[in-house]
Design a protein around this ligand. Structure first.
Ligand SMILES: [Zn+2]
Length: 245
């Protein structure tokens, strides 16, 4: 079978499912996702937009279609993280997507746990998810606040040590610092070592290796990393976090 014939067959198969299940959110979302992400629409229309206009006109708008696909993507993310949502509505997906991918599962599970404790059902409501997302955002924020606070403390110490170094330097030029001037090599070296140690070990940013969520070898479960570790991370990982120093 040629690619064209196979593609057309897959497209009509997915369209049939989508048509049959217009009322059934799960199958419909999965079929729509397949048509878009697999590029199947190209067998009928040059673009996704024209495909929706030409073949689904009046039934579904582009923004509706994209919201449904996006909800399906969130469902897949949750499933790959071990959660078992029956349905993820577009509203729930929008709320979960406020968080980075690695925290979406944590928020969903938190909401599901709460729902189970309250009513013995594991399917969280949109309100449960909203609440869990807000709580996780809050936890994230306070972790980031702590990193920022200690990073500032470390850089204040660097400044203080530099000031001490300068003052010692001045003393060594004084008549009564004559003995000291002969030892300035050691002093400068010592000061440099302290500054270097402070700079390299200061909290620099959230752990980009585990997203400050799991115990990982890089952050040793602390959730934050130093500049030295940050510099060793790939660009892709570095882009996940904000530098605080
Ligand atoms: Zn980590």
């Amino acid at each position: 079978m040629s690619d064209l014939v196979a593609g057309m067959a897959r497209l009509s198969e997915q369209e049939e499912i989508a048509n049959k299940h217009l009322a059934s959110a799960i199958e419909f979302a999965a079929a729509l996702h397949e048509i878009k992400s697999g590029g199947l629409y190209k067998f009928k229309s040059p673009t996704w937009e024209t495909y929706l206009q030409d073949h689904w006109s009046g039934k579904i708008s582009r923004s509706q279609a994209d919201r449904i696909i996006s909800a399906h993507t969130v469902k897949l993310t949750l499933e790959s993280g071990g959660a078992k949502p029956k349905v993820v509505t577009t509203k729930q997906a929008q709320k979960l997507q406020k968080l980075p991918t690695n925290l979406q599962v944590a928020a969903y599970e938190k909401a599901a746990k709460k729902r189970y404790e309250e009513s013995q059902t594991a399917e969280p409501t949109t309100e449960d998810i909203d609440e869990a997302v807000a709580e996780i955002e809050q936890e994230e924020r306070s972790q980031i606040d702590l990193i920022r606070m200690y990073a500032a403390d470390f850089s204040a110490m660097v400044k203080a040590v530099k000031a001490v170094g300068l003052r010692i330097e001045q003393l060594s030029h004084h008549a009564h610092g004559a003995e000291l001037s002969g030892r300035m090599g050691e002093v400068r070296h010592g000061i440099d070592e302290i500054i270097q140690a402070l700079r390299m070990s200061a909290p620099y940013c959230e752990c980009c290796y585990c997203g400050q969520k799991n115990k990982c070898d890089a952050c040793k479960g602390r959730g934050w990393i130093s500049k030295a570790l940050y510099r060793n991370a790939s660009k892709e990982l570095q882009d996940k976090v904000t530098e605080h120093a």
